[in-house]
Design a protein around this ligand. Structure first.
Ligand code: DP6
Length: 331
C-alpha cells in the first residue's frame, strides 16, 4: 500500500540555531515560524525489504540524491520507527521503505526544503497509527530536521525546546491558526546554487561563536514578544523582534569557527532597498533570512502590491509567493 503525504516550508521569525543534542535534534532554544502554503513537496512511501529513495524536481527530472542525503533519510526512518514503537504505536511500515519525493522547492537555498520533506515523511510514517498525537508527529518530523517539526502544524507555530535529553522533550505547538492573520511571504531567491554547508553541520558550530551565549539569554524574551505580536496582529512589533533575531542569528553564524556566511551581496542590497522602500511608502513589511541568501518579505495585504512589484523587478532572482498555510498532511 502506498501512503502519500504533502507538506510545505515554514519561515522562522525567531530562529532555531544550535542543538543541545545533535543526534535527536533537540534544539538549544525555542523558535517560532509561519507555515507557508507554497511551494509544495509530496512523498509516496511504500513498504520495502531495503531502504531506497528517489527525488524528482518540479519539471519531472530526477534529482539524484547523494549518499549523504540517502543516509539521512534512512536514519530518519529508523529513528521514526523506533519512536513509534516506543510509544506503542505500530506503524504501517515494519521492515523498510522506498520513498519517492516530488518537490517544487529548490533545495539548499534557505527555503526550508528539508522542513517540508521531513514533515511530509513524518505524516506518512505515522499513518494508520491510532495512539499518535499531533505532538508526536511534530517529534517524528524533528528527528529528520529540527525546523520540520514546525511544518506539522498550520498557521503560526512555536517549537518548544523543552529540557533534558528525552527524545520527546522538544515538540511543536500551534500559536494561532492559519486564518488568524492574512500575511503574505514574497520570497526573493538571488541564487539557486546549493549552499556549501547545510544547517545540520551549521548547528554544531553555533557554540563556537562568542555571541551564542548572549543570544541564548535574549531568546526567551524575544519568543514571548513574537508570540504576543502574532496574537495582537501587530506587524510593527513583529518586524522589530523578527529582524533583530534574524540579524542576531546571522551574527552568530558569521562569528562561528569556521565562519558561516549564508547571506550574499544581493541579500544585503535587497534588505537595504526594502528598508528604504518601506520608510518612503510606510509599508507593513519585514525581512528575514534563514540559512541562505534568500530573502523572505513577510507583509500585510496593504503592502503586497508594492512588495510584489519590487520583487519582480529584481533581475536574475527567482521569486515565489506564499500565504499562511497548513503544512503537512496525508493525501
Ligand atoms: C536557519 O531545521 O534546517 O532555518 O535540523 O539540521 O535540518 P536541521 O536544521 P534546520 O535548521 C533551520 C535553521 C534556520 C532557522 C529556522 O528555521 O528556525
Amino acid at each position: 500500500m502506498t501512503i502519500r503525504a504533502s507538506s510545505t516550508p515554514n519561515i522562522a521569525l525567531i530562529k532555531y540555531w544550535g542543538n543541545r543534542n545533535d543526534e535527536w535534534r533537540l534544539p538549544a532554544a525555542d523558535s517560532l515560524s509561519i507555515t507557508l502554503d507554497e511551494p509544495t513537496m509530496e512523498v509516496a512511501v511504500d513498504e520495502a525489504e531495503q531502504f531506497s529513495a528517489r527525488s524528482f524536481q518540479a519539471d519531472g527530472m530526477e534529482r539524484y540524491l547523494t549518499s549523504k542525503e540517502i543516509s539521512r533519510l534512512e536514519k530518519h526512518f529508523i529513528l521514526a520507527k523506533n519512536y513509534l514503537n516506543s510509544v506503542g504505536a505500530k506503524g504501517i511500515f515494519t521492515a523498510s521503505v522506498s520513498l519517492e519525493i516530488r518537490s517544487k522547492i529548490p533545495p539548499g537555498i534557505g527555503l526550508a526544503s528539508s522542513a517540508a520533506l521531513f514533515s511530509a515523511l513524518a505524516e506518512a510514517y505515522a499513518a494508520g497509527t491510532e495512539q499518535i498525537s499531533r505532538r508526536d508527529v511534530s517529534i517524528l518530523a524533528r528527528l529528520g530536521s529540527g525546523s520540520a517539526s514546525r511544518s506539522t502544524f498550520p498557521g503560526f507555530v512555536a517549537m518548544f525546546a523543552g529540557e533534558g535529553n528525552a527524545i520527546d522533550a522538544s515538540y511543536a505547538q500551534q500559536v494561532a491558526p492559519a486564518n488568524h492573520w492574512k500575511l503574505f511571504d514574497v520570497i526573493i531567491a538571488p541564487s539557486l546554487a546549493k549552499k556549501e554547508m547545510g544547517s545540520t553541520e551549521g548547528h554544531a558550530l553555533a557554540y563556537t561563536s562568542p555571541l551564542f551565549a548572549a543570544r541564548m539569554r535574549a531568546l526567551p524574551e524575544r519568543q514571548r514578544i513574537c508570540t504576543e505580536a502574532i496574537l495582537q496582529k501587530d506587524l510593527e512589533k513583529l518586524r522589530s523582534v523578527a529582524e533583530e533575531d534574524c540579524l542576531d542569528m546571522h551574527a552568530v553564524m558569521t562569528s562561528s569557527t569556521p565562519a558561516l556566511n549564508y547571506l550574499s551581496q544581493a541579500t544585503h542590497r535587497i534588505v537595504r532597498e526594502i528598508e528604504e522602500l518601506r520608510a518612503a511608502q510606510h509599508l507593513a513589511v519585514l525581512y528575514t533570512m534563514d540559512a541562505g541568501p534568500t530573502v523572505h518579505l513577510v507583509c500585510e495585504e496593504s503592502a503586497l502590491p508594492a512588495v510584489r512589484a519590487y520583487a519582480h523587478a529584481q533581475t536574475a532572482c527567482a521569486v515565489f509567493e506564499a500565504r499562511v498555510g497548513r503544512g503537512s498532511r496525508l493525501l
